[in-house]
Ligand binder design. Structure first.
Ligand SMILES: [Zn+2]
Length: 49
């Protein structure tokens, strides 16, 4: 399984832990978002409030 990473320096995807002399970031966002940006919409849709 590939672990895609993203280089913020050259804006490209790579498999390297570091690229362009900088650490790369994981290209996979966290599954759970504690801010829950759609929570309000979801609750509105469910309860109709
Ligand atoms: Zn790069």
């Amino acid at each position: 399984m590939f672990r895609m990473r993203f280089c913020s320096v050259c804006q490209s995807y790579t498999l390297a832990e570091a690229h362009c002399g900088a650490q790369t970031a994981s290209a996979h966002p966290a599954r759970f978002n504690p801010n829950d940006p759609y929570g309000g919409y979801r609750r509105t849709a469910r309860f109709g409030v």
